[in-house]
Write a protein that binds this ligand. Structure first.
Ligand SMILES: Nc1ncnc2c1ncn2[C@@H]1O[C@H](COP(=O)(O)OP(=O)(O)OP(=O)(O)O)[C@@H](O)[C@H]1O
Ligand SMILES: [Mg+2]
Length: 309
């Protein structure tokens, strides 16, 4: 089966600046593809080319087997797109917003009502169809924006940071919807800055400065990009301790990880030297233990350029 979404050497320049630099990737039918990278790395620009909203400078964006640049209109009919700054009408109700999307997608009046009811059901909005959007919480708005993108029953969805600014319970709810949709055969490309969401993707592409840095399942990325052991360190004044840890021989990298410090080390035996160095500088050490790499460790390493080595 051909991939649902593909980029082949995709490039987009704005003047002399290259926002997307020869990206090649594939998302398989029925999968969740996570598109990750720091702010300004080119995620939204890539998505806009895949949705037919922005022409590539060179290379190809292919969706459902169609070269987007050749036939953007037929691509638009097959996809749902939730933009990073999704647009809802604040002074209209939930149902009226969906009516509006129904009009845009050319869903006839007779079919529209049933389609809207189905969408309300699907996105868990049956409790508040007549509430004005401006009275809704961010989490509910986000589900409504997804509803707008789903109304014409697309098989391929592009969700650009759909859960930014949403509380953990709403994010969880949103992701269970994502899994429901892919279980039915939809393909979803989603961008996120949340690592717990990245863990839930079948495949992840990591980009930096417009270039693909890594591509694979979360387990692949951890194996390939984080071959070194990690020590989790719990000590007094972690912010100051970070510097001491980073300077200890055998430590490749150290970063704050919540209230702990994660040190990427050449060997777990470095733990003894770390304890000595910290205690010598007056930092009480509560705990040092080996931990499994998380995607966050991988991304911190990749963002600092280690992945290019
Ligand atoms: N129309 C444009 N004209 C000029 N530069 C642009 C344009 N659109 C995007 N850029 C630049 O291209 C780069 C990539 O932007 P893009 O929005 O794709 O990043 P992103 O990965 O989606 O970032 P974020 O995580 O902040 O959403 C940025 O430096 C941005 O300023
Ligand atoms: Mg973006």
């Amino acid at each position: 089966m051909p991939p649902a979404i593909a980029c082949v050497d995709l490039v987009r320049r704005f003047g002399t600046f290259t926002a997307v630099d020869r990206i090649t990737l594939q998302a398989h039918v029925g999968s969740v593809f996570g598109f990750l990278g720091p702010n300004g790395s080119g995620k939204s620009t890539t998505i806009r080319m895949l949705c037919g909203l922005l022409a590539p400078t060179s290379g190809q964006a292919i969706v459902d087997g169609i070269d987007v640049a050749r036939d953007p209109e037929s691509v638009k009919r097959r996809i749902g797109y939730m933009s990073q700054k999704f647009s809802l009408y604040e002074d209209l109700t939930v149902r009226e917003n969906l009516e509006f999307y129904g009009g845009i997608y050319g869903i006839g009046r007779r079919g529209r009502r049933a389609r809207i009811d189905e969408t309300l059901e699907r996105t868990d909005l049956t409790d508040n169809p007549d509430t004005l959007v401006r009275e809704l919480s961010v989490g509910v708005r986000q589900r409504l924006a997804l509803g707008g993108a789903l109304l014409h029953r697309p098989r391929i969805l592009f969700l650009d940071e759909p859960t930014s600014g949403v509380d953990p319970i709403s994010r969880r709810r949103f992701w269970s919807l994502i899994h429901e949709l892919t279980a039915e055969g939809a393909t979803i490309l989603v961008t996120t800055h949340y690592m717990d969401e990245a863990e839930q993707c079948d495949r992840i592409a990591l980009i930096r400065s417009g270039k693909l840095v890594a591509d694979g399942s979360p387990a692949d990325l951890k194996r390939e990009l984080m071959p070194w052991p990690i020590l989790s360190i719990d000590c007094a004044n972690p912010f100051e301790a970070l510097d001491i840890i980073a300077r200890t021989p055998g430590v490749r990298d150290a970063a704050l990880y919540g209230v702990h410090i994660h040190a990427v080390v050449e060997d777990t035996a470095v733990a003894d030297a770390l304890r000595t160095a910290l205690e010598a500088s007056g930092h009480a050490v509560y705990r040092i233990e080996g931990v499994a790499a998380t995607l966050e460790d991988v991304f911190v390493a990749a963002a600092e350029g280690d992945a290019d080595a």
